[in-house]
Design a protein around this ligand. Structure first.
Ligand SMILES: [Mg+2]
Length: 117
C-alpha cells in the first residue's frame, strides 16, 4: 500500500512516517497543496493523507485536482475536529474518508487501518 503524506507540519509528517513505515510504503511527502498536485502523478499512491489547513493551496482546494489525477486512490482527509460542514465540503470535493488527527501520532496506525478497512 503506497501512502502519500500531505501536511504542512514537517514534524507531523516525520512522526507519521515513523509510525506508518513498518506497515505501509511511504512514497512521498508534500508540504502544501501545490506540491501535492505536482508530485501525485509520479508517486502514484494508493492512499493520500491530506491535511486541510496548508499554505499556498489548502486541502479543500487541492482535493478536486487530486481526485482527477488519482481516480483510484483513497483520498483521506486529516482533520482535527468533527466539523460537519468541513467534512461535507471535503466529501463533495472528492474525499473518500476522514482521519481524526489524534493527539498521539501512534493512534494514526489504527485510524488509517479503520479508514481503509
Ligand atoms: Mg496544517
Amino acid at each position: 500500500m503506497r501512502v502519500f503524506l500531505c501536511d504542512d507540519n514537517e514534524q507531523y509528517r516525520l512522526l507519521a512516517r515513523i509510525v506508518l513505515e513498518p506497515i505501509y510504503e511511504i512514497v512521498g511527502e508534500a508540504g502544501d497543496g501545490v506540491e501535492a498536485i505536482e508530485l501525485a502523478p509520479e508517486l502514484a499512491p494508493d492512499v493520500v493523507l491530506l491535511d486541510l489547513n496548508m499554505p499556498r493551496l489548502n486541502g479543500h482546494e487541492a482535493l478536486p485536482r487530486l481526485r482527477e489525477l488519482l481516480p483510484h486512490a483513497r483520498l483521506l482527509v486529516l482533520t482535527s475536529g468533527q466539523a460537519t460542514d468541513e467534512r461535507e465540503r471535503a466529501l463533495a470535493a472528492g474525499a473518500d474518508g476522514f482521519i481524526l488527527k489524534p493527539e498521539s501520532v501512534y493512534a494514526l496506525v489504527g485510524e488509517l487501518a479503520a479508514a481503509l478497512g
